[in-house]
Every structure is written in C-alpha cells, then in structure tokens.
Design a protein around this ligand. Structure first.
Ligand code: S3P
Length: 457
C-alpha cells in the first residue's frame, strides 16, 4: 500500500475476526428527500422522524427553504424531529440564489420536477460528480409540461429552468428504469391540471407513489406488461400535511450486512430496516448465494414495510443475477461485487448500464478496484463478472473514491477480510448517505481508521 503523504480524509480498513452486536442504520435517503419535498407542498405542518441527516438530504432541506418552505430541526431528548410548514401545491417561491444540490442526483432531479411547473426561474448546480451526470432524462419529459431549460452542451448541471404557470399534463413512458425520472414527472404533474401518467417497463422504487397517497393525492398504480407499472396522478390535489416515520435505509444496511456475512464469526441484528420489495433485490440475491438472513418483526410503518434483520456469517456461492432484478438493487452492486469476490464460484451481474452514470462510473470503479485488490473481474458490455475462489482476495490497494460514497464503503468492507488492508483515498463522501459509518462499524468490531495513523498491533 502507498504510504506517500495520505490525505487526512483517507481511511484504511484492516482484517477483523468478526462483527457482532445490534445496530440501527440511518434513515432511508429516498424517503427522506420525498418527505421534505412533499411536506413543502402540503398545507399544514409535516413532522418527520428518523430523517437521514446526510449531506444529500440536507441539500434538499436547504433548497426547500430557498423555495419558501419553513424547515426546522428540533432535538427531543436526543431524537431529531424535523418540521416542515408547506406552501401548498403551486406555492413555491422563486429562489434568490443558486440551488446547490451537492452530490445528490435525487435532490437535483426530483426538484427539477417541482420547478418545472412553478412560474419562476431557478438555477441549479452541484459538485463535480453531479455536474457530470445526465440530466436530459428529466429535462426532456419536463419540457413537455411547458418548462424551458438552458444548460451547456450535453444537458448537464449547472442549468437554468424557467417553469411554466400553465402546465399541460403529460403521459410519459420512461426509456430508462429510473425512479428519479418517474418521480420528477409525477412531481411536475402535481401542479398540472388533469391526469399525468408515467409508464415504466420495469417497476422502480415506489416511495413517491406511496407518499403521495399518504399525503392525500389521488393516484392509481396498475401493472404494465410483465414487470412494469402505469402510474396516473390527478393533478392539483390539496396535499394535507402528514406525519412521516422514515425507516432505516436498506441500501445503507447492505454494508454491515455484507460485512457480517463475509467476516468469520459474525452475528448482527439490524433494527428497523425498510424492506420495500422494490428495494430488496440485494437481500434476495444474497439469500440465493446461501446467506443466512432472517427477517424478524415484519411490519408496516407509515406505509412502508419494515423488519429487523438477523445476519450470521456464511460461505457464499456465486450466482447469475438477472438483469430484470437490477432496478430493485441498483445502488447495491458495489457491495454485492465485494461479496462476490469473497464467494466460491462465478457471480455474473447482468444489465448494469445505469451504474456508469451514478455518483461515479461504478462499473469501472468496481472492476478496477477489485482487480487492484487481486480479484479476477471482467466487464462484458454492461455485465460485471466476478470469479470467486472461496477465499477473500489479497487486498493491499488504495482505491480512488471519486466522490462516490458507496465505492468508499464497499472497499472499506472488503478490507475487513483481506490479508492486506484496503484503503480509500477520500472517505468524506460517505457523509452524503451514511454519517458515522466508520464509528458504527468499529463499534461492531471493524478496524477502520485514518490512513495517517500507524497500524495497531
Ligand atoms: C433514487 C433512485 C435511484 C437510486 C438513487 C435514489 C431515488 O436512481 O440510484 O440512489 O430516490 O429515487 P435512478 O432512479 O436514477 O436509478
């Protein structure tokens, strides 16, 4: 491993015998964003408990304030409670300054939906990662409502949007499986008269639909083809403020779950994890690979299914992950690739084209990072193939994170089992979705520490 003047934000992870204990992961990122946005459009006071206080969601909170909503955080005996006083549908006001969405694609794309059908002009930007990500996938359907967008060549941030006060409702079939695109169109449709319809050939996470129903909107969801859905929203409803309890994020839970599965003698209980079937593809996949994952206390809270997860370490066997499962685990492929590198046999992950346009090009990042750690990995078109030997790879590399939280966390998990430590060059992006990740993992038995610190015996 390189020892040349590492950044103070670089972390290393050393091998451990196992992880044990009980934990709660931070709130669901997708649900947190939506609770602030719908709270800002509802009439009355929306109280949100369990909100993810990661940088991405804080960017949404700041933007909703800039658009005229009142958003406050209170501390109730150590529990954070967020209150949002909404402006009513169509009631957002023109922001005086640029909306900076930081690293968050969800904030940027969903907010563009809201801005598209408010008669005002806004300018949006983001960090270097977000400024590289494609935005035409939302500006194209949002233009159909009557909004106008200006950006540089390629349709990336920064961009300006001139929303329309005379929106026409839209019927739109999404060309990519994307909950962000679906949600942007539905949110724009909130301030368009008549029915807005989104058709998706593969169903994606349905938190927007569930929460719209929870806030009193009238919408119907019907099957479309073998794996798709047709969602129709009646525009200009009166959204009523409603309490939101945010479950733990299954995408964040994935890191301690895989860490426990691959480290020797582990036993974890994760309390209160969201189990929405459209988010649960990783868990289905790990079970097919032989993982010991038990769902306890299955229940429904605030319109979302939730359970406690009990995990014991197990040997994993490689499988083929079908392309039509990708949408239900789109954020989990980096950590699945780590699990696959520690499994016996070949894991083939099919249909991962969308991974190239996430916070970084995750297909390349995982292929190159795992190879640098000694694993055998190939990319064939949009498929990632990892050859497991039944033993963890060697490790001993420093991985470039490129502002991608999930790449950072995935490689820190890998370091928990490799012979040589694994480091990441800049772990600060982890705060976008999982503040306190290293501390929480260390409390369970991991050894993650600044790369600048010398190794403990
Ligand atoms: C999200 C949808 C997914 C996911 C992202 C959150 C959401 O993006 O990758 O982390 O909250 O709607 P796409 O819809 O672009 O696949």
């Amino acid at each position: 491993m390189s020892t040349a003047a590492p950044s103070p934000r670089a972390l290393r992870s050393d091998a451990v015998a196992g992880l044990s204990g009980e934990l709660r992961v931070p709130g669901d990122k997708s649900i947190s964003h939506r609770s602030l946005m719908l709270g800002a459009l509802a009439v009355g006071e929306t109280v949100v408990r369990g909100l993810l206080e990661g940088e991405d969601v804080l960017a949404t909170a700041a933007a909703m304030r800039q658009l005229g909503a009142e958003v406050v955080r209170e501390d109730h005996a150590g529990e954070a409670v967020w209150r949002v006083w909404g402006r009513g549908i169509g009631g957002l006001t023109e922001p005086a300054d640029v909306l900076d969405m930081g690293n968050s694609g969800t904030s940027a794309r969903l907010l563009m939906g809201l801005l598209a059908t408010h008669p005002m002009t806004s300018v949006m930007t983001g960090d270097a990662s977000l400024r590289r990500r494609p935005m035409k996938r939302v500006t194209e359907p949002l233009s159909r409502f009557g909004a106008e967008f200006w950006s540089r060549e390629g349709g990336r941030l920064p961009l300006a949007v001139k929303g329309t006060g005379e929106a026409v409702p839209v019927t739109y079939e999404t060309p990519v499986a994307s909950a962000q695109v679906k949600s942007a169109v539905l949110l724009a449709g909130l301030n368009a008269p008549g029915e807005t319809t989104v058709i998706e050939t593969t169903a994606t996470r349905d938190h927007t639909e569930r929460m719209l129903g929870h806030f009193g909107a009238s919408l119907t969801v019907e099957p479309h083809g073998p794996t798709g859905r047709r969602v129709t929203l009646v525009g200009q409803p009166e959204l009523r403020a409603a309490p939101v309890v945010v479950p733990g994020d299954p995408s964040s839970a994935a890191f301690p779950v895989v860490a426990a599965l691959i480290t020797g003698d582990s036993h974890l209980i994760l309390r209160n994890v969201g189990t929405n079937p459209l988010r649960f593809g990783l868990y289905e996949t790990l079970k097919e690979m032989g993982a010991d994952i038990i769902l306890l206390n299955e229940r429904v809270e605030g319109g979302e299914p939730v359970a406690d997860l009990e995990i014991r370490s197990t040997g994993l066997t490689g499988i083929d992950v079908p392309a039509d499962r990708a949408a239900s685990m789109i954020d989990e492929f980096p950590i699945l690739a780590v699990a696959a590198a520690c499994a016996s046999g070949t894991t083939r992950m099919n249909g991962l084209g969308e991974l190239r346009v996430k916070e970084s090009d995750r297909l390349t990042a995982m292929a190159e990072g795992l190879a640098a750690c000694g694993a055998t990995v190939t990319v064939e078109g949009d498929d990632l193939i990892v050859e497991g030997t039944g033993e963890p790879p060697r490790g001993g590399a420093t991985i470039a994170v490129n502002l991608d939280h999930r790449i950072a966390m995935s490689f820190l998990v890998l370091g928990m089992v490799t012979r040589e430590p694994v480091a990441v060059d800049d772990a600060s992006a982890i705060d976008t979705s999982f503040p306190g990740f290293a501390r929480l993992m260390n409390d369970l038995g991991a050894r993650i520490r600044p790369l600048t610190e010398t190794a403990a015996p």
